[in-house]
Every structure is written in C-alpha cells, then in structure tokens.
Design a protein around this ligand. Structure first.
Ligand code: ADP
Ligand code: MG
Length: 681
C-alpha cells in the first residue's frame, strides 16, 4: 500500500465505501491520513444514578438485577434489567438485541453508557453499551476519534480503515526541516499524524496538533514566498498626473469625504506619481466608503491617458460600480464599459475590441477580466474590490495584463495583523476607520420568531415612509427535514401577508444572472419595497435607501457574515435597523448574537467571536475571508503563525526551493488547491 493508492487498497474498503469516502473528499490513502477527527469521544467517570438527567449520555456503574429477556413470541424483542448503585436504581432497556443477555449477569457490577430518556415519570437508560469495569477504566485514558461522516459510512469503518492507513505514516513526506522541528519542539510527521487520530491522552493530542498546524502554516507561507509576493519595489514608467479632475469630482460629490478617505487618496496620489509601481491595500469596514476612493484613483489614471480596470466578485456588484462610475466619468469625457459573464458573446466581443483599441477608458467586471482574450491598450491601474474573494494568483494574473500597472485592492475583512502581513506583505496599507459623518448608528435587536408580526408592521411603516427592506433567509428552497426559512416559500408567505400593498421581490444564487440583475435593478430604483434574498446580497451591494435588514435563522450564520449583511443598511442618511431573528433558542445563541448588539465594528466583532469560542474550540475551522486551514486557526493559533512566518523568512533561497520541490512531489495538494480555488462565487 502506498500513500497515493486509492483508499480501496485498504482491506474492507470496497467500491461502495470508496465512493462514500470520495464524497468526503478522501480518495487516496494519503488523503485519508490527513482526514482529521472533528472531535474525540471521551469516557467520563460514572455518575450516581440519582444524578442522571434526561437527554444526556449517562454513564453509571452498578449492580445488575431482575433481567427480563423477551419472550420468543413477541415481535419487538425488548430486554430490560434493573441496575442499582448506592444512590438509587434505574431501568435499562435494549430493543432487538437479544444477545445482550449473554453479557448481562445478575449480581455482577458493570459500567453502562447510553442515552437517558424519560419513560412515563421515570428515567430509563436506553440501549446502553456494557463494559467490564477494568475495560472501561482502560478506555478512559485514551481518546476515541470522531470523524465527519456521510450517510452509509459508519464511524467504525473510518476508524478501522484509519488504523490500517496509519501503518504507512512513515512514508509521509516530512516538509518541516529538522532544525525547525528542534527549535519549535515539533513532533515528526508520522508521529504527529498517528497521535492525532488515536491519541494516548489529551496532552499528546495537543502536541500533535501543534506540530501539524505549524506545518500547515509553514507550507502556506513557503508557497507565498515562492510566488515572490515578497516586497519588491518596481520602477514605473507610467506618467500619471493630477489634472485637477479629481478635485473637481470631489467638489461635485453629494457629500464631504471623510478625513480617512482624503488621507487614503493622498497616499494613492503620491504612489501614482512616485515613479514606482503602486501596491496598496485599502482596509475599511463595510460602508466606510472605499469605492469612491477607488473611483478617484481610476479617474486620475484614465485622465492621464491610461486605462483602468476594477474587478468585483459578483455581477451585481460590478453592475452597481458601473452605473455609479459611468455618470461621473462622462463629465470628463471618459468611457466606462462593463464586462460580465452573462453578456452575450457578441456583446463581449465588442467590449474586447473597445478595450484593445482604447475606446474604453475604464473597464468594470468580474472574473471575466482574467480572460486571456482581454487585451488592454494601456493598462495603468488594476483595482480589486472585496479582495478576500479572489485568489492571490488571480491578483497576479490580472496585473500581468499591463506593463506593471499600479495595483489597488480593497477589503473589509478584519484579518489579524500577522496574516495581513503575510497575504499583503507586498503592499502598503491604508486604513479607513472613520465612517461618513452623516451616518446614524444602526439600531439592532435580537428576537425570536414570535416577534415577526411586530417586525412586519415595522417594515410596513418604514416602507410607507419611502424606505426599503431586506429579508435574508439561509435557504433557497424548502428542503426535507429542514426547519430553516427559505427564500421561495418566504416570499409567497409575505405576499399573502402584505397582499398588494407592498412590492416584494426575491433574489438567490440559482437565478439566472440576467434575472438577478433585473431584480437588483428594480430594488435599486425603488421599484420594489422588500427584497427577500439569500446571502447573495452580502457582498458590497449598495442601496442607501434601504433601512431595514431582517435576518431569519440568524443563528445559522457566522458573526462576521452577519456583520457584512448588516452592512447593507445604514448606508445613507436615514436611521437604519437590523433585526436578527433566531429560529432556535439557547443561551449560547443569544450570547453570540448579543455581540452584534454591542458593536458595529467588524474588528471588534471578530475579536469577540474569538474570545467566546475560546481556545477550547480546537477544531472549529475558522473562516478568514474565504480561507480555510484544515487544522489551523489563524486567530487562536496566532503564535504558531508567527513562528512559521519567522521560520520561512529565515530560509535561504536554496532551502526554499528544496521544500517547494518536495511539495510538488509529495503532493501538498491542499496548498495548491487553496491558491487555485480561492474563488468561491
Ligand atoms: P464600502 O466601503 O463598504 O465599499 P461604499 O463605498 O459602497 O462602502 O460606500 C457606502 C455608501 O456611502 C455609498 O452610498 C457611498 O456613496 C456613501 N459614501 C461614501 N463616502 C461618503 C462620505 N464621505 N459621506 C457620506 N456618504 C459617503
Ligand atoms: Mg464595497
């Protein structure tokens, strides 16, 4: 058996099981080995019977009596017994497991572990597992891995297969050089992997995890460095001048720029006229007004005779940018054009030639801007909006289209400092921390579904005052076994409730781009009042007249995502409101959502999220922008991130090349995939 062999080379894995593993993204033995547990089962100490509570997994130790075996005639074979300890006694019950009677011996002590259920007025232990006391105490020292499963694949099968796969951990490539393993006290790879799956104790598991997280970060950064994202100041031959058009546009804006916007634009102006290639990131919370700064930069470049491109992650957003910029640019005789996937081939062809022949000065688009067919006449500036939605490679490939055009990227993701340095190490950073002064803080509430009618009345009132509202549902259509709200049914329901008095539209990812655009257009123009949508409106959408954001099943979303969604309102001068509706009630959910009541600041929310999850949450794969690590958590493992960074920085070029070579040979597939599939839209 070899790492690259299919999992079917493992004994007991046939075609059917292989398919199931495939569903979980596990095809080879090597991949199985890095298919880590999501948690571990622990065997807790037995409890006095009198302290058992309904619904829990109860463990008790007691004396067996009154074993009643099912009669041969009965259809459902129920076996019961009574177990007694000094605190009390309880009935145990097994369905259709007649063989249990061979294990159960009256007058003996055993340990039992099963679900505690209420039967009539009394508690029962249902289908408990039976352990001899010595066996149980032995199990207590080890941790049993629990893996994510899919229908048809049992935990037992995964554990058994894993045990076989673990016999070849010695073949796993060791990416982290010995000197770092020593310096940072890391385990050897084969050791760490084995411990991760079947740890001897919690401590050894933690140690294994630490080593593997280090490796994960290490490889990630090796790759970043290999892609030479390192800071490199390039000379620029572009001649860009400030012709006074920007000041003119600033004067014509319906608002005053904030001091941070002015400062950021000054920094950009300096970059553009410095004779060096600009590489700048604008970090600013949702609604802080990043777009207008980008627009000014584009105007300055286009006004100097070059072309500019701005790329957005969704068509809706690209279209929105196009519409707002086109009007402004017209004044200065500059032409904007839109390039998105839903356009017809003929339309695209026209745009390509407009760009190639410089009839278009500013191109606004989505991923379509990466297309090879797209050739610029004189590309001077590339702007990427919502940068975290795009891959690092893609950032590069767009900039290759010009002779070193200036680069400006924008992001609202509150990423930790170290990570920002890693991902944007080649960039200068401008921060927009002040919000436009005409903004009133959004008023928030967290409520149960019982509050809905009140919310609808409130929405109706807001609409009567001329405003608009979003309602977000987690699903598109009704799904079996799901109690989550879905856009399709919800829209119908609202139409029933509001009748013809309100104009209700819906929006979701399965709709055709053209339909989506039309819906967005109507909402933007105030031709619809309520937009029921999935999270497709999450990114960048700007309809300042919308003042209510109501989010159904708010417990289903991450705090950062909820904050982004909330950012769709509070974008204009009117007081805005955000109503978080939870479908399930628990103290934890309320506490988590409560964070959003306390703060309207993305950075604070991310930190609070971290604090609440705490270091105990080992495997909560944390989303950072669209970035996932298998085990690592860029917040909780920030220390390791720093160490890995330090290690990679200290590598000599030769060493770096060796590791990269190994990565290609040894299939550090995830790392590459990560860079390739960074785009999620
Ligand atoms: P984001 O930073 O999230 O991309 P936008 O650039 O979309 O935010 O700006 C949000 C809204 O704020 C837009 O309607 C924009 O016109 C408006 N805006 C931008 N700057 C200011 C300002 N200085 N004062 C008032 N409104 C502003
Ligand atoms: Mg934006």
């Amino acid at each position: 058996m070899e790492l690259k062999d299919s999992v079917s080379s493992i004994k007991g894995i046939g075609e059917k099981t292989q398919k199931l593993f495939e569903k979980l993204g596990v095809e080879s033995v090597g991949e199985l080995l890095t298919f880590y547990p999501t948690r571990y089962d622990t065997f807790s100490d037995p409890k006095p019977i009198a302290e058992l509570k309904e619904g829990e997994d109860g463990v008790i130790c007691g004396l067996v009596s009154r074993v009643v075996t099912p009669g041969y005639a009965s259809r459902i074979k129920i076996l019961t017994c009574i177990v007694t300890d000094p605190s009390g006694s309880i009935e145990l019950v097994w369905f259709n497991q007649p063989y249990v009677k061979f294990e159960l011996k009256s007058g003996y002590h055993f340990i039992f572990r099963g679900k505690v259920r209420l039967k009539g007025k009394k508690l029962q232990l249902e289908q408990p597992k039976i352990y001899k006391r010595e066996d149980y105490y032995r199990l207590q020292t080890a941790l049993q891995p629990v893996y994510p499963l899919t229908a048809g694949l049992t935990l037992n099968t995964v554990r058994k297969s894993m045990k076989q796969a673990l016999t070849i951990t010695g073949d796993m490539p060791e990416f982290v050089p010995l000197k770092f393993r020593k310096k940072y006290e890391l385990l050897k790879k084969n050791h760490a992997v084995t411990e991760m799956h079947f740890p001897k104790s919690r401590e050894t598991m933690m140690e294994a995890r630490r080593s593997l997280v280090f490796e994960e970060f290490f490889l990630f950064m090796v790759f970043l460095r290999q892609m030479s994202l390192g800071r490199e100041v390039k000379e620029s031959s572009l001649v860009i001048k400030d012709n006074g058009e920007c000041d003119d546009l600033i004067g014509k804006l319906p608002y005053e720029l904030t001091s941070d916007q002015i400062k950021t634009f000054e920094e950009i102006k300096n970059d553009l006229t410095s004779g060096r290639v600009m590489a700048r990131l604008i970090q600013g919370d949702v609604g802080s007004g990043k777009t207008v700064v980008a627009e000014l930069a584009l105007l300055m470049v286009a006004g100097s005779g070059y072309q500019g491109a701005i790329m957005a992650p969704t068509e809706v957003l690209a279209k929105q940018h196009y519409e707002s910029m086109q009007k402004d640019m017209d004044r200065y005789g500059l032409k904007c054009c839109l390039l998105v996937g839903s356009m017809t081939a003929a339309e695209k062809k026209k745009v390509y030639s407009d760009i190639a022949e410089h009839r278009a000065d500013i191109v606004i688009g989505t991923h379509t801007l990466f297309q090879e067919k797209l050739v610029f006449d004189k590309l001077g500036l590339c702007v990427t909006d919502e940068q975290h939605r795009f891959g690092v490679r893609q950032r590069e490939s767009l900039s290759k289209k010009g002779i070193s055009p200036h680069i400006l990227v924008m992001s609202a993701t509150p990423i930790p400092r170290t990570l920002a340095m890693m991902l944007y190490g080649d960039m200068d950073i401008s921060r927009i921390t002040t919000m436009p002064s005409d903004r009133q803080a959004i008023k928030n509430c967290v409520v149960g579904q019982g509050y809905r009618n009140t919310a609808y009345n409130f929405i109706r009132k807001q609409i009567e005052e001329g405003r608009q509202a979003y309602i977000i549902c987690p699903m598109i259509d009704a799904e079996e076994d799901s109690e989550l709200e879905n856009v399709t049914d919800y829209t119908e329901k609202l139409k029933d409730i509001f009748g013809n008095t309100l104009r209700i539209d819906k929006l979701h990812g399965k709709m055709k781009p053209k339909e989506k655009n039309e819906v967005m257009e109507r909402f933007k123009n105030g031709e619809s009042d309520v937009l029921v949508s999935t999270t497709v409106v999450e990114v960048g959408v700007n309809v300042p007249n919308a003042t209510v954001m109501m989010i159904e099943n708010a417990e289903r979303f991450g705090l950062a995502q909820l904050h982004q969604l909330r950012g769709r309102v509070g974008r204009g001068k009117h007081q805005s409101y955000c109503i978080f509706v939870y479908g399930k009630e628990s103290d934890e959910i309320k506490e988590r959502l409560g964070v959003l009541l306390k703060s309207n600041n993305g950075f604070e929310i991310a930190n609070e999220d971290l604090r609440m999850r705490g270091p105990g949450d080992l495997f909560g794969i944390r989303q950072c922008g669209e970035m996932y690590f298998k085990l690592g958590d860029v917040y909780n493992d920030a220390g390791l991130l720093n160490s890995a960074n330090e290690a990679v920085t200290s590598l000599e070029d030769r060493e770096l090349n060796d590791i990269v070579q190994k990565m290609y040979e040894g299939g550090a597939k995830e790392v590459f995939q990560f860079f390739d599939n960074y785009v999620t839209i």
